[in-house]
Design a protein around this ligand. Structure first.
Ligand SMILES: Cc1cc2nc3c(=O)[nH]c(=O)nc-3n(C[C@H](O)[C@H](O)[C@H](O)COP(=O)(O)OP(=O)(O)OC[C@H]3O[C@@H](n4cnc5c(N)ncnc54)[C@H](O)[C@@H]3O)c2cc1C
Length: 389
């Protein structure tokens, strides 16, 4: 006899592994419907880690999820609609697109990742989050339940385990052998502090939103954040080992900046200044992705949302929106169905469809942004979207 024949939906114990945007949105919506969950997060506290750059939250996915979470109005008060400004250049500084956000607000306003996390965290019963719980492995039991083994030695048993634990999910191996593959892109993340005062010429050049400069299979991306910083990504189409073999000492930022700039020696001076003027530490990152259209055979008692389910490159700005959409779809399916496993199965079928479209778009955009003549190709693609009725 399995656990589902013994317990009603309300009696089932639900664990969410990971307090990212996906896990938190899921917990919040279920809480809104009186369904309790426990979230396990490896970070020691909400402030343990710098949360990183700005995210655009899309009307029909991320914003819809926030509306189901009862947080849309609070989000709108925090969102930066002017952050939709977008500039596209090549390495010479030639401008291909210079979009100014609509004053009455477009469909993809920006919010800092830290601000979004705070909004979600403040909406959740703090007793349901267990900080400092890094999952080591999840084990399927004969009675249909799952045992969660944490690195701190704790072991807990649940009827439903939701893996919201991102790119290198420890829950994913219960459902599929697929692992993330290197996408061909490596990036170095840097920050310019207090740009309006400290770097007014870069602030004026970048404007209020995002700037993409693309040439020679490389890129410099600038993104104004709500805290007055510009988050900069220096991006390279390179082999997987490059960050280790390029010889750049990423832990010594001043030296590393000089060596990074050698890779942009023939780029426009203002674009080079995004790197030259950066403050503080830098973070090298490899971009990974799961196979587009990944599916698994449904198993009672376990599922995945967000990056754990469909890790994709960030070049369509879909990752966080998909994570929150998954959370809302799964939560509402659990609310609607009497049988929790039917709820999970219905969610998975729906998720496969929409997430594979976004993953394909993200992959296509990555290929385009780091191909020959990338700036003019991206401009043509974006203009074609604007021309669609
Ligand atoms: C450089 C970069 C830029 C990006 N820019 C954008 C963008 O502009 N727009 C966009 O939509 N997306 C962007 N993304 C993608 C976006 O960040 C992710 O898609 C999104 O954060 C996924 O949310 P999630 O909740 O599924 O996972 P995550 O945000 O990865 O959250 C997972 C959580 O699980 C926790 N965790 C992990 N392992 C364990 C464990 N073993 N035990 C317990 N807890 C664990 C982590 O600490 C984390 O809190 C970007 C990604 C990168 C790398």
């Amino acid at each position: 006899m399995t656990n589902e024949t013994i317990k009603s939906k309300e009696q089932q114990r639900i664990a969410i592994v990971g307090a990212g945007p996906g896990g938190l949105t899921l917990a919040r919506i279920l809480q809104q419907h009186g369904i309790k969950t426990v979230i396990y997060e490896r970070e020691a506290s909400p402030s343990a880690r710098q949360q990183g750059g700005s995210l655009d939250i899309h009307h029909d996915s991320g914003q819809w999820a926030l509306s189901e979470a009862g947080l849309l109005e609070q989000f709108k008060a925090l969102a930066r609609y002017e952050g939709e400004d977008f500039r596209l250049l090549d390495k010479t500084g030639k401008v291909y697109m210079d979009e100014i956000a609509e004053p009455d607000g477009g469909g993809r306003p920006e919010i800092d990742r830290g601000t979004l996390r705070e909004l979600l965290l403040n909406s959740i019963d703090p007793n349901c989050i267990r900080w400092g719980h890094k999952l080591d492995q999840a084990v399927a039991l004969e009675n249909g339940m799952y045992e969660l083994h944490f690195e701190n030695g704790q072991i807990e048993t649940y009827d439903l385990v939701v893996g919201a634990d991102g790119a290198f999910s420890r829950i994913r191996p219960l459902l599929t052998d697929s692992v993330p593959a290197y996408s061909g892109l490596s990036m170095v993340e840097l920050y310019l502090d207090n740009v309006a005062v400290a770097h007014p010429e870069i602030a004026a050049f970048n404007r209020r939103g995002k700037l993409f400069a693309l040439s020679d299979h490389k890129g410099i991306v600038g993104q104004l954040n709500g805290d007055g910083r510009i988050c900069v990504y220096a991006a390279f189409r390179v082999e997987q080992e490059w960050l280790d073999t390029c010889g750049i000492p990423f832990d010594q930022p001043e030296q590393a900046k000089d060596q990074l700039l050698e890779h942009f020696h023939d780029w426009n001076e203002t674009l080079r200044n995004y790197i030259q003027s950066a403050d503080g530490p830098m973070l090298p990152r490899r971009i990974y992705m799961l196979p587009t259209g990944l599916k698994w055979t449904h198993k009672p008692g376990v599922t995945l949302i967000g990056d754990a389910a469909h890790l994709m490159s960030p070049f369509a700005g879909e990752g966080v929106n998909m994570a929150m959409l998954d959370a809302a779809e799964l939560a509402l399916s659990i609310v609607k169905h009497t049988d929790i496993n039917k709820a999970v199965e219905a969610y998975e079928e729906k998720m496969y469809n929409y997430s594979s479209e976004s993953a394909q778009e993200s992959y296509d955009n990555l290929e385009l942004c780091f191909s020959d003549d990338a700036a003019s190709k991206l401009a043509a693609l974006m203009n074609s979207y604007h021309e669609q009725p």
